[in-house]
Design a protein around this ligand. Structure first.
Ligand code: G3I
Length: 378
Protein backbone atom coordinates (compact mmCIF):
# COMPACT_ATOMS: atom_id res chain seq x y z
CA UNK A 1 0.00 0.00 0.00
CA UNK A 2 2.75 2.46 1.10
CA UNK A 3 4.73 1.54 -2.00
CA UNK A 4 1.71 2.35 -4.18
CA UNK A 5 1.28 5.75 -2.51
CA UNK A 6 5.01 6.39 -3.13
CA UNK A 7 4.56 5.44 -6.81
CA UNK A 8 1.60 7.84 -7.20
CA UNK A 9 3.58 10.62 -5.47
CA UNK A 10 6.55 10.09 -7.83
CA UNK A 11 4.23 10.13 -10.87
CA UNK A 12 2.63 13.36 -9.65
CA UNK A 13 6.06 14.94 -9.12
CA UNK A 14 7.12 13.89 -12.64
CA UNK A 15 3.98 15.43 -14.16
CA UNK A 16 4.60 18.66 -12.26
CA UNK A 17 8.20 18.79 -13.51
CA UNK A 18 7.10 18.23 -17.12
CA UNK A 19 4.44 20.92 -16.76
CA UNK A 20 7.00 23.34 -15.33
CA UNK A 21 9.37 22.68 -18.25
CA UNK A 22 6.63 23.28 -20.82
CA UNK A 23 5.69 26.51 -19.05
CA UNK A 24 9.32 27.68 -19.01
CA UNK A 25 9.77 26.82 -22.69
CA UNK A 26 6.62 28.76 -23.58
CA UNK A 27 7.75 31.86 -21.67
CA UNK A 28 11.23 31.80 -23.26
CA UNK A 29 9.87 31.43 -26.79
CA UNK A 30 7.32 34.22 -26.27
CA UNK A 31 10.10 36.56 -25.07
CA UNK A 32 12.43 35.76 -27.95
CA UNK A 33 9.74 36.24 -30.62
CA UNK A 34 8.91 39.70 -29.19
CA UNK A 35 12.56 40.69 -29.62
CA UNK A 36 12.78 39.57 -33.27
CA UNK A 37 12.82 42.69 -35.49
CA UNK A 38 10.11 42.53 -38.11
CA UNK A 39 8.72 45.19 -40.44
CA UNK A 40 5.70 45.88 -38.26
CA UNK A 41 5.92 49.05 -36.22
CA UNK A 42 5.07 47.53 -32.83
CA UNK A 43 7.73 44.82 -33.15
CA UNK A 44 10.25 47.38 -34.43
CA UNK A 45 9.76 49.58 -31.43
CA UNK A 46 10.67 46.64 -29.21
CA UNK A 47 13.70 45.77 -31.34
CA UNK A 48 15.36 49.13 -32.00
CA UNK A 49 18.20 50.40 -29.83
CA UNK A 50 17.13 53.34 -27.67
CA UNK A 51 18.79 56.16 -29.61
CA UNK A 52 17.20 55.26 -32.95
CA UNK A 53 13.76 54.22 -31.71
CA UNK A 54 11.23 56.13 -33.80
CA UNK A 55 8.90 58.06 -31.54
CA UNK A 56 5.29 56.98 -31.46
CA UNK A 57 3.37 59.85 -32.95
CA UNK A 58 -0.36 59.81 -32.74
CA UNK A 59 -2.29 60.64 -34.80
CA UNK A 60 0.00 60.19 -37.80
CA UNK A 61 0.16 62.46 -40.86
CA UNK A 62 -1.30 59.58 -42.80
CA UNK A 63 -4.38 59.20 -40.61
CA UNK A 64 -4.92 62.97 -40.56
CA UNK A 65 -4.63 63.16 -44.37
CA UNK A 66 -6.98 60.25 -44.82
CA UNK A 67 -9.66 62.16 -42.92
CA UNK A 68 -9.40 64.83 -45.65
CA UNK A 69 -9.40 62.15 -48.42
CA UNK A 70 -6.01 63.59 -49.24
CA UNK A 71 -2.63 62.11 -50.14
CA UNK A 72 0.46 62.84 -48.08
CA UNK A 73 3.49 61.40 -49.77
CA UNK A 74 7.22 61.09 -50.05
CA UNK A 75 9.82 59.92 -52.47
CA UNK A 76 11.40 56.54 -51.68
CA UNK A 77 15.05 55.55 -51.67
CA UNK A 78 14.96 51.82 -52.40
CA UNK A 79 18.20 51.02 -50.58
CA UNK A 80 17.00 52.60 -47.34
CA UNK A 81 13.64 50.87 -47.77
CA UNK A 82 15.33 47.49 -48.04
CA UNK A 83 17.91 47.83 -45.29
CA UNK A 84 16.72 50.34 -42.67
CA UNK A 85 13.90 49.13 -40.46
CA UNK A 86 13.25 52.62 -39.08
CA UNK A 87 12.94 53.93 -42.66
CA UNK A 88 10.32 51.43 -43.77
CA UNK A 89 8.39 51.65 -40.49
CA UNK A 90 8.22 55.46 -40.62
CA UNK A 91 7.27 55.37 -44.29
CA UNK A 92 4.39 52.96 -43.77
CA UNK A 93 3.18 54.76 -40.67
CA UNK A 94 3.18 58.34 -41.96
CA UNK A 95 2.38 58.30 -45.68
CA UNK A 96 -0.29 57.05 -48.04
CA UNK A 97 1.55 57.91 -51.29
CA UNK A 98 5.07 57.18 -52.54
CA UNK A 99 7.21 58.23 -55.51
CA UNK A 100 10.28 56.15 -56.38
CA UNK A 101 13.17 58.64 -56.26
CA UNK A 102 15.20 57.07 -59.10
CA UNK A 103 14.00 53.49 -59.55
CA UNK A 104 11.53 54.20 -62.36
CA UNK A 105 13.72 56.53 -64.39
CA UNK A 106 14.92 55.68 -67.89
CA UNK A 107 18.52 54.74 -67.02
CA UNK A 108 17.35 52.53 -64.13
CA UNK A 109 14.64 50.71 -66.06
CA UNK A 110 16.17 50.36 -69.54
CA UNK A 111 19.96 50.36 -69.01
CA UNK A 112 20.47 48.62 -72.38
CA UNK A 113 18.18 49.02 -75.35
CA UNK A 114 15.15 46.73 -74.92
CA UNK A 115 16.63 45.26 -71.72
CA UNK A 116 14.38 46.25 -68.86
CA UNK A 117 15.25 46.03 -65.16
CA UNK A 118 12.32 46.53 -62.85
CA UNK A 119 13.48 44.80 -59.65
CA UNK A 120 13.91 48.01 -57.64
CA UNK A 121 10.71 49.58 -58.89
CA UNK A 122 8.88 46.29 -58.23
CA UNK A 123 10.15 46.30 -54.65
CA UNK A 124 8.74 49.77 -54.01
CA UNK A 125 5.43 48.99 -55.71
CA UNK A 126 5.05 45.77 -53.68
CA UNK A 127 5.75 47.70 -50.45
CA UNK A 128 3.18 50.31 -51.43
CA UNK A 129 0.58 47.68 -52.20
CA UNK A 130 1.23 45.85 -48.93
CA UNK A 131 0.66 49.11 -47.06
CA UNK A 132 -2.27 50.47 -49.12
CA UNK A 133 -0.28 53.37 -50.57
CA UNK A 134 -0.72 55.08 -53.94
CA UNK A 135 2.32 55.20 -56.23
CA UNK A 136 3.25 58.23 -58.33
CA UNK A 137 5.22 56.85 -61.25
CA UNK A 138 8.21 59.12 -61.90
CA UNK A 139 9.05 59.69 -64.74
CA UNK A 140 8.73 58.78 -68.43
CA UNK A 141 10.05 61.58 -70.68
CA UNK A 142 12.84 63.64 -69.11
CA UNK A 143 15.98 65.30 -70.44
CA UNK A 144 18.03 63.86 -67.56
CA UNK A 145 19.09 60.44 -66.23
CA UNK A 146 19.17 58.78 -69.64
CA UNK A 147 21.35 55.72 -70.30
CA UNK A 148 24.61 56.06 -72.27
CA UNK A 149 23.34 53.83 -75.10
CA UNK A 150 20.69 56.45 -75.74
CA UNK A 151 22.64 59.67 -75.23
CA UNK A 152 25.66 58.52 -77.22
CA UNK A 153 23.70 56.75 -79.95
CA UNK A 154 23.18 58.14 -83.42
CA UNK A 155 19.44 57.87 -83.87
CA UNK A 156 17.03 59.13 -86.51
CA UNK A 157 13.74 60.82 -85.60
CA UNK A 158 11.87 57.57 -86.26
CA UNK A 159 14.33 55.67 -84.04
CA UNK A 160 13.80 58.11 -81.18
CA UNK A 161 10.02 57.93 -81.56
CA UNK A 162 10.21 54.13 -81.42
CA UNK A 163 12.56 54.22 -78.41
CA UNK A 164 10.41 56.60 -76.38
CA UNK A 165 7.20 54.80 -77.37
CA UNK A 166 8.55 51.36 -76.41
CA UNK A 167 9.89 52.67 -73.15
CA UNK A 168 6.64 54.33 -72.11
CA UNK A 169 4.42 51.46 -73.30
CA UNK A 170 6.56 48.85 -71.53
CA UNK A 171 6.82 50.65 -68.20
CA UNK A 172 3.25 51.91 -67.95
CA UNK A 173 1.82 48.57 -69.08
CA UNK A 174 3.88 46.69 -66.50
CA UNK A 175 2.38 48.69 -63.64
CA UNK A 176 -1.18 48.94 -64.97
CA UNK A 177 -3.49 48.62 -61.99
CA UNK A 178 -0.66 49.29 -59.53
CA UNK A 179 0.59 52.69 -60.61
CA UNK A 180 -2.25 54.93 -61.61
CA UNK A 181 -0.57 58.34 -61.53
CA UNK A 182 2.39 59.11 -63.79
CA UNK A 183 4.72 62.06 -64.23
CA UNK A 184 4.70 61.52 -67.97
CA UNK A 185 6.68 64.56 -69.04
CA UNK A 186 9.14 66.02 -66.57
CA UNK A 187 10.81 69.45 -66.69
CA UNK A 188 10.23 70.14 -70.38
CA UNK A 189 10.16 73.90 -69.87
CA UNK A 190 13.41 75.77 -69.29
CA UNK A 191 13.90 78.55 -66.77
CA UNK A 192 13.54 81.10 -69.62
CA UNK A 193 10.08 79.80 -70.48
CA UNK A 194 11.14 78.12 -73.74
CA UNK A 195 11.07 74.37 -74.22
CA UNK A 196 14.18 72.87 -72.63
CA UNK A 197 16.85 71.37 -74.88
CA UNK A 198 16.76 67.59 -74.67
CA UNK A 199 17.38 64.56 -76.81
CA UNK A 200 13.61 64.35 -77.32
CA UNK A 201 13.11 67.97 -78.38
CA UNK A 202 16.15 67.92 -80.66
CA UNK A 203 15.41 64.54 -82.23
CA UNK A 204 11.60 64.43 -82.37
CA UNK A 205 10.53 68.06 -82.02
CA UNK A 206 8.00 69.62 -79.60
CA UNK A 207 5.46 66.96 -80.60
CA UNK A 208 7.23 64.49 -78.28
CA UNK A 209 5.20 65.90 -75.39
CA UNK A 210 1.80 65.08 -76.93
CA UNK A 211 3.10 61.70 -78.08
CA UNK A 212 4.32 60.78 -74.58
CA UNK A 213 0.90 61.46 -73.09
CA UNK A 214 -0.86 59.54 -75.90
CA UNK A 215 1.32 56.46 -75.36
CA UNK A 216 0.94 56.55 -71.57
CA UNK A 217 -2.83 56.75 -72.01
CA UNK A 218 -2.83 53.92 -74.51
CA UNK A 219 -0.87 51.73 -72.08
CA UNK A 220 -3.09 52.54 -69.08
CA UNK A 221 -6.31 54.41 -69.84
CA UNK A 222 -7.13 54.51 -66.09
CA UNK A 223 -3.96 56.36 -65.15
CA UNK A 224 -3.96 60.06 -64.30
CA UNK A 225 -1.25 61.70 -66.35
CA UNK A 226 0.81 64.65 -65.10
CA UNK A 227 3.19 67.29 -66.39
CA UNK A 228 5.75 67.86 -63.58
CA UNK A 229 8.20 70.75 -63.18
CA UNK A 230 10.11 72.95 -60.74
CA UNK A 231 10.31 76.72 -60.48
CA UNK A 232 6.77 77.23 -61.76
CA UNK A 233 4.96 77.02 -58.44
CA UNK A 234 4.14 80.69 -58.03
CA UNK A 235 3.50 83.32 -60.70
CA UNK A 236 6.09 84.35 -63.26
CA UNK A 237 7.63 83.60 -66.62
CA UNK A 238 8.10 79.88 -66.07
CA UNK A 239 4.69 79.20 -64.55
CA UNK A 240 3.09 81.22 -67.38
CA UNK A 241 4.94 79.04 -69.89
CA UNK A 242 3.76 75.87 -68.13
CA UNK A 243 0.22 77.21 -68.05
CA UNK A 244 0.35 77.90 -71.81
CA UNK A 245 1.82 74.46 -72.48
CA UNK A 246 -0.86 72.57 -70.54
CA UNK A 247 -3.68 74.70 -71.94
CA UNK A 248 -2.42 73.75 -75.39
CA UNK A 249 -2.47 70.05 -74.47
CA UNK A 250 -6.10 70.34 -73.41
CA UNK A 251 -7.06 72.30 -76.53
CA UNK A 252 -5.51 69.61 -78.74
CA UNK A 253 -7.39 66.89 -76.84
CA UNK A 254 -4.23 65.25 -75.52
CA UNK A 255 -5.06 62.84 -72.67
CA UNK A 256 -3.79 64.79 -69.70
CA UNK A 257 -4.97 65.26 -66.11
CA UNK A 258 -2.74 67.39 -63.96
CA UNK A 259 0.26 69.50 -63.11
CA UNK A 260 2.90 68.61 -60.54
CA UNK A 261 4.44 71.59 -58.77
CA UNK A 262 7.74 70.25 -57.46
CA UNK A 263 8.46 72.88 -54.76
CA UNK A 264 12.20 72.48 -54.25
CA UNK A 265 12.68 75.66 -52.26
CA UNK A 266 15.25 77.24 -49.93
CA UNK A 267 14.88 79.22 -46.70
CA UNK A 268 16.12 82.23 -48.65
CA UNK A 269 14.28 81.57 -51.91
CA UNK A 270 10.65 80.49 -52.13
CA UNK A 271 7.48 81.56 -53.90
CA UNK A 272 4.93 83.69 -52.17
CA UNK A 273 2.04 81.51 -50.90
CA UNK A 274 -0.51 83.91 -52.44
CA UNK A 275 1.12 83.39 -55.85
CA UNK A 276 1.11 79.62 -55.41
CA UNK A 277 -2.58 79.82 -54.55
CA UNK A 278 -3.33 81.92 -57.64
CA UNK A 279 -1.34 79.57 -59.85
CA UNK A 280 -3.09 76.48 -58.46
CA UNK A 281 -6.45 78.17 -58.91
CA UNK A 282 -5.83 79.04 -62.56
CA UNK A 283 -4.72 75.47 -63.28
CA UNK A 284 -7.72 74.05 -61.41
CA UNK A 285 -9.97 76.39 -63.40
CA UNK A 286 -8.82 74.54 -66.55
CA UNK A 287 -10.26 71.40 -64.94
CA UNK A 288 -6.83 70.10 -64.00
CA UNK A 289 -5.67 68.35 -60.88
CA UNK A 290 -2.70 69.90 -59.07
CA UNK A 291 -0.25 68.20 -56.73
CA UNK A 292 2.81 69.37 -54.82
CA UNK A 293 5.17 66.63 -55.88
CA UNK A 294 8.71 67.14 -54.56
CA UNK A 295 8.79 69.57 -51.64
CA UNK A 296 11.96 70.08 -49.65
CA UNK A 297 13.53 73.17 -48.08
CA UNK A 298 17.26 73.80 -48.49
CA UNK A 299 18.59 75.28 -45.23
CA UNK A 300 22.35 75.57 -45.81
CA UNK A 301 22.41 79.14 -47.18
CA UNK A 302 20.70 80.69 -44.18
CA UNK A 303 22.98 82.16 -41.50
CA UNK A 304 20.51 82.02 -38.58
CA UNK A 305 20.97 79.60 -35.65
CA UNK A 306 19.59 76.11 -36.25
CA UNK A 307 16.52 76.57 -34.08
CA UNK A 308 15.44 79.63 -36.07
CA UNK A 309 16.11 77.82 -39.35
CA UNK A 310 13.97 74.85 -38.31
CA UNK A 311 11.16 77.18 -37.28
CA UNK A 312 11.31 78.98 -40.63
CA UNK A 313 11.36 75.64 -42.43
CA UNK A 314 8.29 74.51 -40.48
CA UNK A 315 6.49 77.72 -41.41
CA UNK A 316 7.13 77.09 -45.13
CA UNK A 317 5.96 73.47 -44.99
CA UNK A 318 2.81 74.50 -43.15
CA UNK A 319 2.07 77.38 -45.54
CA UNK A 320 2.45 75.29 -48.69
CA UNK A 321 0.30 72.46 -47.35
CA UNK A 322 -2.32 74.94 -46.23
CA UNK A 323 -2.30 76.51 -49.70
CA UNK A 324 -2.74 73.13 -51.36
CA UNK A 325 -5.57 72.14 -49.03
CA UNK A 326 -7.43 75.34 -49.79
CA UNK A 327 -7.73 74.49 -53.51
CA UNK A 328 -10.23 71.72 -54.25
CA UNK A 329 -8.16 70.49 -57.21
CA UNK A 330 -4.99 70.04 -55.12
CA UNK A 331 -5.07 66.36 -54.27
CA UNK A 332 -1.63 65.48 -52.89
CA UNK A 333 1.30 66.92 -50.97
CA UNK A 334 4.45 64.91 -51.65
CA UNK A 335 7.91 65.60 -50.25
CA UNK A 336 11.23 64.67 -51.86
CA UNK A 337 12.14 62.40 -48.98
CA UNK A 338 11.17 62.44 -45.33
CA UNK A 339 14.35 62.01 -43.31
CA UNK A 340 17.40 64.29 -43.37
CA UNK A 341 19.41 61.06 -43.46
CA UNK A 342 18.38 60.54 -47.10
CA UNK A 343 18.07 63.75 -49.06
CA UNK A 344 19.55 64.41 -52.48
CA UNK A 345 20.65 67.92 -51.42
CA UNK A 346 23.89 67.18 -49.47
CA UNK A 347 25.20 64.96 -52.29
CA UNK A 348 24.23 67.55 -54.89
CA UNK A 349 25.58 70.64 -53.11
CA UNK A 350 28.48 69.03 -51.24
CA UNK A 351 27.24 70.53 -47.94
CA UNK A 352 25.18 69.15 -45.06
CA UNK A 353 21.54 70.12 -45.04
CA UNK A 354 18.31 69.58 -43.10
CA UNK A 355 15.56 69.91 -45.70
CA UNK A 356 12.95 67.34 -44.58
CA UNK A 357 10.42 66.74 -41.81
CA UNK A 358 12.22 64.03 -39.80
CA UNK A 359 15.80 64.40 -38.62
CA UNK A 360 18.51 61.87 -39.43
CA UNK A 361 17.37 59.67 -36.54
CA UNK A 362 13.73 59.61 -37.63
CA UNK A 363 12.64 62.06 -34.97
CA UNK A 364 9.93 64.49 -36.08
CA UNK A 365 11.12 68.07 -36.61
CA UNK A 366 9.09 71.26 -36.16
CA UNK A 367 8.13 70.91 -39.85
CA UNK A 368 6.44 67.60 -39.07
CA UNK A 369 4.30 69.22 -36.41
CA UNK A 370 3.50 72.14 -38.73
CA UNK A 371 2.06 69.67 -41.26
CA UNK A 372 0.18 67.76 -38.55
CA UNK A 373 -1.24 71.03 -37.30
CA UNK A 374 -2.51 72.04 -40.76
CA UNK A 375 -3.95 68.57 -41.36
CA UNK A 376 -5.71 68.70 -38.00
CA UNK A 377 -7.65 71.77 -39.14
CA UNK A 378 -11.07 71.72 -40.81
O1 G3I B 1 22.91 54.36 -58.11
C1 G3I B 1 24.22 54.95 -58.10
C2 G3I B 1 25.05 54.25 -57.10
O2 G3I B 1 25.20 52.91 -57.50
C3 G3I B 1 26.40 54.96 -57.00
O3 G3I B 1 27.13 54.40 -55.95
C4 G3I B 1 26.19 56.45 -56.70
C5 G3I B 1 27.49 57.23 -56.70
O4 G3I B 1 27.27 58.59 -57.01
O5 G3I B 1 25.37 56.99 -57.70
C6 G3I B 1 24.11 56.38 -57.69
O6 G3I B 1 23.24 56.98 -58.57
C7 G3I B 1 22.81 58.29 -58.23
C8 G3I B 1 21.32 58.24 -57.94
O7 G3I B 1 20.83 59.54 -57.73
C9 G3I B 1 20.97 57.38 -56.72
O8 G3I B 1 21.40 58.00 -55.57
C10 G3I B 1 23.08 59.17 -59.41
O9 G3I B 1 24.48 59.32 -59.57
C11 G3I B 1 22.44 60.52 -59.22
O10 G3I B 1 22.55 61.28 -60.42
C12 G3I B 1 20.98 60.35 -58.89
O11 G3I B 1 20.45 61.63 -58.62
C13 G3I B 1 19.04 61.75 -58.63
C14 G3I B 1 18.65 62.79 -59.68
O12 G3I B 1 17.26 63.08 -59.59
C15 G3I B 1 18.89 62.26 -61.10
O13 G3I B 1 18.10 61.14 -61.34
C16 G3I B 1 18.63 62.19 -57.25
O14 G3I B 1 18.86 61.13 -56.33
C17 G3I B 1 17.15 62.54 -57.25
O15 G3I B 1 16.78 63.07 -56.00
C18 G3I B 1 16.87 63.58 -58.33
O16 G3I B 1 15.48 63.82 -58.35
C19 G3I B 1 15.03 64.90 -59.17
C20 G3I B 1 13.68 64.51 -59.74
O17 G3I B 1 13.76 63.28 -60.42
C21 G3I B 1 13.15 65.59 -60.67
N1 G3I B 1 13.09 66.86 -59.99
C22 G3I B 1 14.32 67.30 -59.31
C23 G3I B 1 14.82 66.20 -58.37
C24 G3I B 1 16.03 66.66 -57.59
O18 G3I B 1 17.11 66.88 -58.45
Amino acid sequence: MARQVDKIKRKLLLHCAVLLCVLLLFITSACSSAATPTRTLSAMQVAQPAQSTPQIISPTLRSLAQAHHFYIGTTVNVKALRYEAAYSATLAREFNMVTPEVSMKFSETEPQRDVYTFAKADYIVAFAQAHQMQVRGHNLAWYNDLPAWLTSGNFTRDDLIAILRDHIMTEVTRYRGQVNIWDVVNEAVGDDGNLRASIWLRGIGPGYIDMAFQWAHEANPQARLFYNDYGGEGLGRKSDAIYTLVKGLLQRGVPFDGVGLQMHISLDRYPNAQDVLANMQRLAALGLEVQITEMDVKTQDDARPMQAKLAAEAQLYGEMLHTCLSVAGCTAFVMWGFTDAHSWIPAYTGHPDYPLIFDGKYRPKPAYYALANVLSGP
